[in-house]
Design a protein around this ligand. Structure first.
Ligand SMILES: Nc1ncnc2c1ncn2[C@@H]1O[C@H](COP(=O)(O)OP(=O)(O)OP(=O)(O)O)[C@@H](O)[C@H]1O
Ligand SMILES: [Mg+2]
Length: 354
């Protein structure tokens, strides 16, 4: 007797969606990534009930034609790569062609878009992966994605959503992390009653850091750079006395993509070395720019992990950039004082070459 079955398309889509979208913050991240990839310089996010009832992201980017609107919600449909070799040179935030179909499979979604320079816009409505309608409509140039009732058709998932406050905090964190490397883009987040984030466009990265981490921290930060062939590292490092007991103020970017990476965290810590007390984490913004050939971004559906081809090279460069920035500080931050109070810092060793 044969016991193996092929799952229905609907169930397969819901399972796939589960990997990409696990809470409102991941919807915000995917939609905002799309707006950035579309070249927008103004992105406005509105949420209701911590995003559980509604998430609306509007941008003034390229926009989509009627045909593209119909295609963008199909699985594996993307304008960002064409061939396997394109995967080696990805610089856009998206490339998997998965986000919109995943969100559309587990919500009621409306996408309205007007391509720049065109007169007629279109609007598409989908509920739980089923196309309800596509119609002509007036719209501002750009795209508006309106996502309602996330996980309405997957009660098990919906049950895992947390309180409004918690989901809102996750959204604020996601959007902050996305916005950091794009000071030229205006970002707003409204939660229905108030403006939670307002980051006006600026030419200066330090303004963006100030908007996200506070003016005092931004002004105190020292910078360091490391350039070596195709690798360039720029770090904004807060003095050790700004350290915290949690590593939540480490903002790390590879080619403008926010990543979480233990190796990079270790390298930053090593760069601070004995300047930090044990159990403390510094406040740091680190931008790594590297030839996409040197990294693999296709490691995880959420695209927040990457692999470095030559991890030890990156490690050393970060340690050096962080160390240089702190050494270059004009006002020596009472290093002796810190050392006096410090429990000897257990130095982490460099990783083996991968
Ligand atoms: N805000 C937008 N403005 C213009 N085009 C968009 C927008 N959002 C999506 N698109 C188009 O729809 C396509 C599908 O989007 P989707 O997010 O599903 O995939 P992706 O961004 O290509 O890859 P990933 O799944 O990694 O995000 C994109 O490749 C892009 O062409
Ligand atoms: Mg995308």
């Amino acid at each position: 007797m044969n016991t193996i079955r092929i799952l229905s398309e609907t169930l397969a889509s819901q399972i796939a969606a589960g990997e990409v979208v696990d809470r409102p913050a991941s919807v915000v991240r995917e939609l905002t990534d799309n707006s950035i990839d579309a070249g927008a310089d103004r992105i406005v996010v509105t949420i209701e009930n911590g995003g559980k009832r509604r998430i609306r992201v509007s941008d003034n980017g390229l926009g989509m034609s009627k045909d593209d609107l119909l295609l963008c919600v199909e699985r594996h449909a993307t304008s960002k790569i064409r061939t396997a070799s394109d995967l080696l040179s990805v610089r856009s935030l998206g490339f998997r062609g998965e986000a919109l179909p995943s969100i559309a499979a587990v919500s009621r979604i409306q996408i309205t878009s007007l391509p720049q320079g065109r007169l007629t816009g279109h609007s598409l409505r989908i509920s739980g992966g089923k196309l309800l309608e596509i119609k002509e409509t007036g719209a501002p140039p750009g795209t508006i994605v309106d996502v309602k009732d996330l996980f309405f058709n997957i009660p098990a998932r919906r049950k895992f959503l947390r309180a409004v406050r918690t989901e809102t905090d996750h959204i604020v964190d996601s959007l902050s992390r996305i916005a950091m490397p794009f000071p030229g883009i205006t970002f707003r987040l409204d939660d229905g009653t108030r403006n939670v984030i307002h980051l006006p466009a600026s030419e200066d990265t330090r303004d963006r850091i100030s908007g996200l981490m506070g003016r005092k921290t931004a002004e105190a930060m020292v910078t360091g750079e490391e350039k070596e062939g195709d690798l360039s590292i720029k770090v904004y490092a807060a003095p050790p006395d700004f350290a915290r007991s949690r590593g939540d103020r480490l903002y790390v970017y590879v080619n403008c993509r926010n990543i979480r990476d233990r190796l990079v965290t270790k390298a930053i810590m090593e760069g601070y070395g004995r300047r930090l007390m044990k159990g403390q984490y510094p406040q740091v913004v680190l931008f790594i720019d590297i030839d996409p050939l040197e990294i693999d971004v296709n490691v995880h559906p959420t695209k927040q992990e990457i692999r470095f081809r030559n991890a030890s090279r990156i490690f050393q460069a970060i340690v050096s950039a962080v160390g240089k920035s702190l050494d270059s500080s004009p006002q020596p931050f009472s290093r002796q004082g810190v050392l006096d109070r410090a429990i000897p810092f257990e130095r982490v060793s460099s990783p083996a070459v991968s």
